[in-house]
Design a protein around this ligand. Structure first.
Ligand code: DX5
Ligand code: ZN
Length: 235
């Protein structure tokens, strides 16, 4: 059945001096989530925002807060983000073994939030095997994490398709989110491959008209999704 994609604008590209205004703008424009990129200067070279920003966001928006933890020690710090009001928390598979991934997912679920696991571009989908049946979402990175405004790595849609197939093989259907270099030109690739949630930083916030840009990405993705569904039916 056709489900429209959801757009998760990344506030890393927003105007931090007018963050409330920018979040209200994307809420009004129909965003599905607010994507919060937390970077620790260790797992990734960049340093961004943390718990106080999540707390403030929680007070100002009714959109779900989708917190992407690009940090080396998520097991220690993810409870802070859950307490601050994160609605979904994404941890990176590269910093946790199978046991650590299972503990992270259990901790997130115990707080009543949605659990997601992310893969860097060179991390194979196979590392998801121990938790694929338990996660609510898988985040496929389509750039090396660390900075907004990078170009989509061609072929990332193949990993989206692998994750969808892997989940289906165990009877699971987590949402699949894609993050990095997504705009109206690249959204169709990942949407056709089965992506449900698209993170957009620059494509939305660097546009002259962010609301229109958001709608354009969503429309391009939905068109590709519908075409892929129609092609599946014919096959
Ligand atoms: C990259 C972050 C992304 C990024 C997206 O490490 O996880 O969420 O800010 O920005 P764009 O859409 O500009 O690539
Ligand atoms: Zn992100």
């Amino acid at each position: 059945m056709f489900e429209p994609v959801k757009i998760a604008p990344s506030i890393l590209s927003a105007d931090f001096m007018n963050l409330g205004r920018d979040v209200a703008l994307i809420e009004e424009a129909g965003a599905g989530y607010v994507h919060v990129d937390v970077m620790d200067g260790h797992f990734v070279p960049n340093l961004t925002m943390g718990v106080p920003v999540v707390k403030q966001l929680k007070k100002t928006t009714s959109l779900p807060l989708d917190v992407h933890l690009m940090i080396s020690n998520p097991l220690e710090q993810l409870p802070w983000f859950l307490d601050a009001g994160a609605d979904s928390v994404t941890v990176h598979a590269e910093v946790l073994d199978a046991d650590g991934l299972a503990r992270a997912v259990a901790c997130i679920h115990a707080a009543g939030a949605k659990a997601a696991v992310s893969l860097k571009p060179r991390t194979p989908a196979g590392v998801l095997a121990p938790v694929i049946a338990d996660v609510d979402m898988v985040l496929v990175m389509s750039v090396e994490p660390g900075f907004s405004g990078q170009s989509y790595i061609e072929g990332s849609e193949d990993k989206v398709a692998r994750v969808v197939a892997m989940a289906a093989s165990v009877g699971a259907s987590p949402l699949v989110q894609v993050d990095g270099g997504i705009g109206a030109a690249t959204a169709p690739f990942v949407a056709a491959a089965g992506a449900d949630v698209l993170v957009c930083g620059n494509a939305v916030f660097a546009a002259d008209d962010p609301a229109r840009a958001l709608a354009e990405v969503a429309a391009a993705a939905d068109e590709a999704r519908l075409a892929a569904l129609a092609a599946q039916k014919e096959a």
